[in-house]
Design a protein around this ligand. Structure first.
Ligand code: 5GP
Length: 201
């Protein structure tokens, strides 16, 4: 039996504070077959964030140069900063048969879905808006004004959930991670990515 696989583009998004970053960290730690696409951003690094690992941090001028060079798969303004998925993080890896994970906002995900690029899209939902507010406040990384802006955006973002192929509620972290692992396992066997030659004997 000879098998070949194409790389899969996994688009994981949802409002900030839904815990998608933690879910993605756990997925990556447990599955050596997944590679994370490091986004470009004009946002300042938070404490502990490493350039090239969490983001490619850059000036607005450099970001605009990359936009002009058509270097992005998608790019968007999120909560007042610019973010973009670099083609250089995605295209060669997919061609090599690697599964690439994008942690991107809802506008960016909708752009990828609408562009017709083959992808698996997963929307992570909070159990409720009340819990989302508690999580955003509890992180302590944002000002009260930023929390309100993120909650306001979350209401529109949640209204976009049905454009995604899959929806996962992050009520229990372990359960949500297991759910994504099941989706990934099933998609790896999809005929869109997986082909098998059956020998005659
Ligand atoms: P944070 O600043 O909290 O790291 O991220 C804010 C939001 O930007 C998150 O929802 C995150 O998923 C999103 N984001 C990160 N990278 C990208 C990207 O390359 N493109 C888009 N559209 N959103 C991104």
């Amino acid at each position: 039996m000879s098998e070949t696989r194409k790389g899969m583009l996994l688009v994981i998004s949802g409002p900030s504070g839904t815990g998608k970053g933690t879910i993605i960290e756990q997925l990556m730690a447990a599955d050596a077959g997944l590679v994370f696409s490091v986004s470009a951003t004009t946002r300042a690094p938070r404490e502990g964030e490493i350039d090239g690992k969490h983001y490619h941090f850059m000036t607005v001028e450099r970001y605009n140069e990359l936009v002009a060079q058509d270097a992005f798969v998608e790019h968007a303004q999120v909560h007042g900063n610019f973010y973009g998925t670099l083609k250089s993080e995605v295209e060669q890896r997919l061609a090599r048969g690697e599964d690439v994970v994008l942690d991107i906002d809802v506008q960016g995900a909708l752009n990828v879905i609408r562009s017709g690029i083959q992808c698996v899209s997963i929307f992570i939902l909070p159990p409720s808006l009340k819990i989302l507010r508690e999580r955003l406040t509890g992180r302590g990384t944002e000002t009260a004004e930023a929390v309100e802006r993120r909650l306001h955006n979350a209401i529109w973002e949640l209204s976009q959930k049905d454009h995604y192929e899959y929806k996962v509620i992050n009520d229990d972290l372990d359960e949500a991670v297991r759910c994504l692992q099941c989706i990934i396992a099933a998609e790896r066997h999809s005929s869109a990515y997986y082909s098998v030659e059956v020998p005659e004997e």
